[in-house]
Design a protein around this ligand. Structure first.
Ligand code: SF4
Length: 89
């Protein structure tokens, strides 16, 4: 889980639209059923304050690139390709 330090966040909302699973909300827009995460986030940010991301890392490989990597070491995986093709159509 990623924790956002509520003391240093400037509410620019850049992370809100960048999150691929729409898991980040501005405090004021947090749905009521998720309100407990305000406290969980604040506690996590404090607890893990030494594990701060300070540099951008390379993006994770796409699922297709990862399949090619796996096939390079383990051989062809036609069933995985079939499933992947059906999901990405
Ligand atoms: S990107 Fe997200 S966490 Fe960072 S300052 Fe903006 S709103 Fe806060």
């Amino acid at each position: 889980m990623l924790y956002i330090n509520p003391d240093t966040c400037i509410d620019c909302d850049a992370c809100v639209s960048a999150c691929p699973v729409e898991a980040i909300y501005r405090d004021q827009n947090l749905p009521e059923n998720l309100s407990k995460f305000l406290r969980i986030n604040a506690q996590g940010a404090k607890e893990y304050s030494k594990n701060i991301i300070v540099e951008q890392k390379a993006p994770l490989p796409t699922v297709r690139a990862r399949l090619l990597e796996i096939e390079a070491t383990q051989g062809p995986m036609p069933e995985a390709r079939k499933i992947l093709d059906s999901l990405l159509m």
